[in-house]
Design a protein around this ligand. Structure first.
Ligand SMILES: Cc1cc2nc3c(=O)[nH]c(=O)nc-3n(C[C@H](O)[C@H](O)[C@H](O)COP(=O)(O)O)c2cc1C
Length: 397
């Protein structure tokens, strides 16, 4: 897994002569695994073409706040929500001043205001401009607000001057964006995550299962790995790729998943039960394919063992987080589950809507523990995964 695998970066390109280097920055971010969308300011468009940025990013370039089509769906808000990080490189003195003043005078400044993700800026300008009190004061204010400044390099400039103000190297910029996602918050911690759907055989051909794709569990695994945890995955039936580096154990049925969890739960610090485990298995699965007939066929089901409840009752239980995929009486059902299972928190997701939850790349959840509930609005599962791990870290570790 590279430092920007599954990360969505919005790259703002503003009006510095160094904007001609922006396609290279896009490529270096992609080398680290990022998907990149570009916002080009009017100033930036004087120095680099939309086409070069579209060709390298493989995405439409956004260059206009007043784009009627994009704004039908509030394009600037969508872009802000889409981003895992916002990088402005090169950042012109003018764009830096806009950010400092909290302006929303163009698409880039509006997206910065509308986003809650980390922002990095790589200033690039003439050395005298860079050294000016105006620019230095603005940068100091932005740093105070939590914006990360990627320092410019010292050297020969396009205008012939020599000094500090050259855009940092593209590889260095991409590296700093990548390192921002790495943390040591969970280093030394062991996390066991179940994910995907279980499969209960009816006969050698048919089975009972559900729509879980494993994407939410995998996003949580990515977030734990990024935070330095040692992750073990108990994997059911999934339709997503598996995160490295992690220990991977496959379990098809609810019974196998129960056994795998119990064999691996010792010494775990956190258990996240994200798999959609069947509540019932087939009482007498047939050894041979059931032949079609005109008779009514009755399949007897028997309840499966409750993995989360049993882990919660272990004498040295880890921090236990469950999921509640509900279609009605959402909060009530999730709160009952929290009490009945004895876990530390339940993550509620509404799976009644087609564009959220199962199979989808997006989700909207409520994190419910015994003291409070936190609503996490619709976003990519990757981004939600990171937020959930942050909450677990803050509340329980
Ligand atoms: C030839 C030329 C080169 C420029 N180079 C820079 C530069 O490297 N850095 C900078 O901050 N501004 C530079 N400027 C000024 C900006 O392009 C100008 O302030 C513009 O309004 C910035 O717009 P933006 O911040 O919306 O992209 C340059 C202007 C010209 C005409």
């Amino acid at each position: 897994m590279s430092s920007l695998t599954n990360k969505r970066i919005v790259l703002g390109v503003s009006g510095s002569i160094a904007a001609y280097k922006a396609p290279d920055i896009v490529r270096r971010l992609q080398d680290l695994g990022a998907e990149v969308r570009v916002i080009l300011t009017q100033g930036g468009a004087q120095f680099i073409t939309e086409l070069s940025l579209q060709a390298t990013s493989k995405n439409k370039v956004h260059d206009n706040l007043w784009d009627k089509e994009a704004e039908l769906s509030m394009g600037h808000i969508e872009l802000a929500k889409w981003a895992d990080a916002l990088l402005i490189a090169p950042a012109s003195a003018n764009t830096i001043a806009n950010l400092t003043a909290g302006k929303a005078c163009d698409l880039l400044s509006s997206v910065v205001l509308a986003s809650d993700c980390p922002v990095l800026i790589a200033p690039a300008m003439n050395q005298q401009m860079y050294a000016s009190n105006g620019v230095q004061d603005n940068l100091a204010t932005l740093v105070q607000r939590g914006i990360q400044v990627i320092d410019p390099a010292h050297g020969a400039q396009a205008c012939g001057d020599i000094g500090e103000g050259r855009l940092a190297e593209s590889t260095e910029i991409a590296k700093q964006v990548g390192s921002m996602f790495l943390s040591t918050k969970l280093s030394g911690k062991k996390v066991l995550i179940t994910l995907g759907a279980t499969i209960e055989a009816i006969d050698p051909v048919r089975y009972l299962s559900n729509h879980s794709s494993g994407k939410m569990g995998m996003a949580l695994a990515d977030a734990c790995i990024e935070a330095g945890a040692q992750v073990t995955l108990i994997i059911g039936n999934i339709s997503t790729s598996i995160s490295e580096p992690s220990k991977q154990i496959y379990a098809s049925s609810a019974k196998q998943m129960y056994q795998s969890v119990m064999e691996n739960i010792k010494d775990q610090d956190i258990f996240i039960a994200c798999a959609a485990v069947s509540d019932y298995s087939v009482k007498n699965p047939k050894n041979h394919k059931i032949k079609k007939s005109n008779q009514v066929l009755t399949i007897e089901l028997t309840p499966t063992k409750d993995i989360l409840k049993d882990v919660c009752q272990l004498p040295q239980k880890p921090i236990c987080i469950g999921f509640a995929a509900e279609t009605q009486n959402l909060l009530e059902n999730a709160q009952n589950k929290l009490k009945n299972k004895g876990c530390d928190a339940i993550i509620l997701n509404d799976v009644s809507s087609a564009d959220l939850g199962f199979k989808s790349d997006e989700n909207a959840v409520v994190f419910i523990d015994h003291k409070s509930s936190i609503k996490l609005a619709k976003n990519s599962k990757q981004k939600l995964g990171r937020k959930i791990i942050e909450i677990i870290n803050k509340k329980f570790l």
